[in-house]
Design a protein around this ligand. Structure first.
Ligand SMILES: [Zn+2]
Length: 306
């Protein structure tokens, strides 16, 4: 037995790859918070996340201002990030999209084909395909980007925005599944996303008011992690008009409980919400007993795995 142990040690030394096979497996999914703040400038990047799949950055979820800076700070390799999920087209969620294309384009000499998803248009808000065109399409503000660094193709799908639209699967490729459902964020078309890989799921609410909670609760059913944008306090502590845009903590707790999510991460939080952390936690705790955390820029959350 002793000899066998020594033999294995020698083998491990000779074959470091075999030795590393005993290291903890990569989490199926990992969320890297690029931006946890917004929409006002108070020293944090605004809403943006990179999702790693099997340890490789693959998905950009929202592109709030500051995402570009955080990608560099974290030395993230974005050379495989070809999927972009936009919850809505407010500046605090999409203002750095062109800067991301720039960063990604400069990591690769080979052609890039982006698959971009975001809401259909309404009122003052263009549909996502038009938004991308206005940025990098022919005649767009940054039309040069399509051939800057790497030849780029942008495949954009506009997602239904009525609350009674069915939940859909927008990607199902090699075990990576992405689903979406329409939400409601005042007059701004919005959607929420669920990403599933190897049996674990993370759900992003985006910005949404409470009228969309039934859709969100269905999308998030039994998810491992729900990232909910928590931009207001319970009424009447925040300005009244904000409740037509955002969901207060007590209702976030109700949704987390109804959907049976295993953990909750609050993001897109401003100082007025964070300064009331105890009240926010108590409010969520009234209905939801799972773990609750507040996001910070650069936070990494592994979902599943050891
Ligand atoms: Zn926002």
């Amino acid at each position: 037995m002793k000899l066998l142990t020594i033999f294995l040690f020698v083998l491990a030394g000779l074959f470091p790859i075999a030795a590393s096979a005993a290291a903890p497996a990569k989490a199926p999914l990992e969320v890297v918070v690029l931006g946890s703040g917004g929409p006002r400038p108070f020293g944090r990047a605004s809403a943006s996340y990179i999702v790693k799949v099997d340890g490789t950055p693959r998905i950009l979820l929202d592109a709030g201002p500051g995402a570009f800076l955080r990608i560099g700070e974290l030395n993230l390799d974005v050379s495989s990030v070809d999927i972009v999920l936009l919850t809505h087209l407010h500046i605090d969620h999409a203002g750095d999209l062109a800067a991301f294309f720039n960063a990604r384009g400069l990591t690769s000499d080979g052609p890039i084909t982006y698959r971009i998803f975001g809401p259909d248009g309404a009122g003052l808000f263009p549909k996502t395909s038009r938004f991308v065109d206005l940025l990098v399409g022919d005649g767009g503000a940054f039309a040069y980007q399509k051939t800057f660094g790497a030849p780029e193709t942008f495949l954009v799908k506009d997602l239904a925005i009525n609350l009674d639209s069915p939940q859909t699967t927008i990607l199902d490729n090699k075990g990576l599944v992405i689903e979406e459902v329409s939400t409601h964020h005042g007059d701004c078309p919005s959607v929420a996303y669920r990403i599933t890989y190897k049996g674990v799921s993370v759900v992003f609410s985006g910005d949404m008011d409470a009228s969309a909670l039934p859709n969100l609760a269905r999308l998030a059913k039994n998810a491992d992690l729900l990232i909910f944008n928590c931009a207001v306090l319970d009424p009447p502590a925040s300005p009244k008009q904000l409740y037509e845009l955002h969901t207060p903590p007590r209702k976030i707790g109700e949704a987390a409980h109804q959907s049976g999510v295993k953990s909750l991460l609050l993001s897109h939080t401003a100082p007025d919400v964070e300064s009331q952390e105890t009240a926010v936690r108590n409010s969520i705790r009234a209905n939801y007993s799972g773990p609750v955390a507040f996001a910070t820029d650069r936070l990494r959350v592994k979902v599943g795995g050891s």
